[in-house]
Design a protein around this ligand. Structure first.
Ligand code: ZN
Length: 395
């Protein structure tokens, strides 16, 4: 079985997914959660410890959940559909601040749920700022994205129906080799992702320069990322390269979602940044960033080592020794890789940018082939453990 065929995981390593894929749930049987997450609350307790964590259906559900828990939403800007992109302040008053973000790739919903949970469950005296969802439109799904150009959410139930609709309503820009791309209104709509699949500056991309396009999620066995449940946002640069929301942090031209994260970071100057992602496998790994000074880098290494140790001790399946997420990664230790953006190209993603400008930074990658709640807990545990080490540094 070609597990990855037509399925989109974390797009930072879209070209290099291979190896250790298995069925959802198989690797999770022996899961032992660490004490921090295992505490048994009273039977009728509805507090944070007992919450069942599920993917959010709609962005409004996420906002409502966070507000109901008593948190104030700070509007950082508005996505093209006028959805507010929000930040939430948690933690204490101590600096440097910690920054947590998720959801730039809309199919990676465990990161979003983990970011929301961490608002309550990251215990620290340091200031914590969370942008739980960097792509509200993406979270709302492909029918919703179509609604932005059609004025209504279409009743499509299959890829065939969707493609028929795109051909009917849109100006066809590309229809070859199984790839369909149309322009409707201000936006592009595709059947599959085009990132690294089409030539930079290709003529058919001309009408989409500086605009965005969406393609639908279509996992059949990943809760929260089933057919049409998410719209994966891709952005065509002014010079005709198809990228995505987790780029552009070092470019003056950037989509509004990126300007929101960049703007918040400029204000809080985070000493520690996490970007919570997922990829299409079943094991866990994450990436660290080289730091500006030896001292900073020794702390980056220490946080990475402790977080990897804690996740392994929790029983989660770690990436095997011979795994490599791609040519621009080098191994720091089992399950942890340095990411070198200069080898990758495409400018800086959020964690690359955080490391260049502010301090420690990690991109967390949980495996979508695990049960949803397990992925959320693993993501949270990584952050919680690294933060313990971060606190030591500033004690
Ligand atoms: Zn991702």
């Amino acid at each position: 079985m070609t597990v990855f065929n037509g399925r989109q995981g974390c797009i930072d390593n879209a070209l290099s997914r291979r190896g250790f894929l298995g069925s959802a749930g198989l690797a999770c049987g022996g899961l032992v959660l660490p004490q921090r997450l295992r505490a048994e609350p009273p039977a009728n307790d509805q507090s944070a410890e007992r919450r069942v964590v599920r993917p959010f259906n709609r962005y409004s559900d996420l906002l409502e959940t966070v507000e109901k828990r008593g948190h104030k939403l700070r509007v950082l800007g508005f996505a093209p559909d006028k959805s507010p992109i929000v930040g939430i302040k948690a933690g204490g008053d101590k600096k440097p601040a910690i920054f947590i973000s998720a959801g730039s790739h809309s199919t990676e919903q465990a990161g979003v749920a983990a970011a929301v949970e961490l608002i309550d469950k990251l215990e620290t005296e340091h200031q914590v700022y969370v942008i739980p969802c960097r792509d509200p439109i993406g979270l709302n799904g492909y029918r919703y994205a179509l609604n932005l150009s059609l004025g209504d959410e279409p009743e499509i139930e299959s890829m065939e129906q969707m493609e028929e609709l795109l051909r009917d309503k849109g100006e066809v820009l590309l229809d070859a080799g199984g790839k369909l791309l149309v322009l409707i209104g201000e936006y592009g709509y595709a059947n599959h992702g085009l990132y690294r699949k089409v030539e930079k500056g290709a003529e058919f991309l001309e009408p989409l320069k500086g605009r965005r396009l969406w393609f639908p999620s279509r996992y059949d066995d990943v809760p929260g990322s089933g057919l049409f449940e998410r719209a994966y946002t891709q952005v065509v640069t002014p010079d005709g390269e198809v990228l995505h929301i987790n780029r552009f942090h070092d470019t003056s031209w950037a989509p509004v979602e990126v300007r929101c994260t960049r703007g918040l970071m400029a204000k809080i100057k985070p000493g520690l940044t996490f970007d919570l992602h997922e990829y299409g496998g079943d094991a866990f790994w994450f990436s660290a960033r080289r730091q500006r000074t030896d001292e900073d880098e020794s702390w980056e290494r220490r946080m990475a080592a402790e977080a990897a140790r804690a996740v392994a001790a929790s029983g989660a399946k770690m990436a095997p020794d011979d795994y490599s997420p791609g040519s621009f990664f080098s191994k720091l230790q089992p399950g942890v890789f340095w990411l070198d953006p200069s080898q990758r190209g495409e400018g800086l993603n959020l964690a690359d940018f955080a490391a260049n400008e502010y301090g420690a930074a990690f991109t967390v990658e949980t495996g979508m082939r695990q049960p949803f709640e397990h992925r959320v807990r693993t993501s949270m545990l990584t952050v919680q453990t690294a933060v313990r080490v971060f606190e030591e540094r500033y004690r």
